[in-house]
Design a protein around this ligand. Structure first.
Ligand code: CA
Length: 224
């Protein structure tokens, strides 16, 4: 994150850390640019009004040097011209200040998701293959037809292979655009199980009682 307002940087950092992200902060443009070029970051949150290089210049420099890390611009100057200029210099998204942290977090997650999907077209977990560009799924080479929500649910789980996702997190990601019933996630997990796991010796979808669900590859034989 490149942000010169200390209080703002602190709030964002704390929120992101609570959401399990690791955050480095630069308080002016030149050091921000250097860190961004030297580090291996998944995403850059970039303020526009900065001492040293401003956010537009930082963004331009990064793109000129073939840095393709997603950039989310922040600025109090939320005019249409500012937004357009930000996007034209190579930013991926733009969030005007003031904003709710929950919106920043949602945008961060959306950018990371888009970037991951863009970079890894095919996710492989055991004999399950998910072509994220085509939204096609096979297991052991057999095509599996999924509804839109079933697919979104599978991709959400697959994007966090081996990690437990709570019902709330799943609901927020897959049913963000609509009201879901309290048992919707469980019902759709049931649908997915029938399509993904039924007839296979090793289930991939696991229920973690009282917590949520996890998609993981089978343990290699003899490891237990
Ligand atoms: Ca600033």
């Amino acid at each position: 994150m490149v942000e010169d307002e200390e209080a703002m940087a602190r709030v964002i950092r704390r929120g992101l850390e609570q959401a399990a992200f690791t955050v480095d902060v630069a308080s002016e443009g030149t050091s921000g640019l250097q860190m961004a070029l030297a580090g291996r970051y998944a995403l850059i949150i970039l303020d526009l009004m900065l001492p040293g290089l401003d956010g537009w210049r930082v963004c331009e420099e990064l793109r000129a040097r073939r840095c393709r890390v997603p950039i989310l611009m922040l600025s109090a100057r939320g005019t249409v011209e500012d937004r357009v200029r930000g996007l034209e210099t190579g930013a991926d998204d733009y969030l005007p200040k003031p904003f709710e942290f929950s919106e920043l977090l949602a945008r961060v997650r959306a950018l990371l998701r888009r970037d991951r999907v863009h970079r890894t077209r095919v996710i492989r977990i055991g004999d399950l293959e998910i072509d994220t560009a085509q939204r096609r799924v096979t297991r052991a080479g057999q095509p599996i037809g999924l509804s839109r929500r079933e697919y979104d649910l599978l991709e959400a789980l697959a994007g966090h292979e081996g990690q437990v996702l709570t019902r709330d997190v799943i609901q927020e990601r897959v049913w963000a655009d609509t009201e879901a019933y309290s048992n919707t996630v469980d019902v759709y997990i049931g649908f997915l199980r029938k399509k993904i796991d039924a007839g296979h010796a090793e289930p991939l979808i696991h229920t973690i009682r009282g917590v949520g669900y996890c998609l993981r590859r089978p343990e290699p034989e003899g490891s237990q």
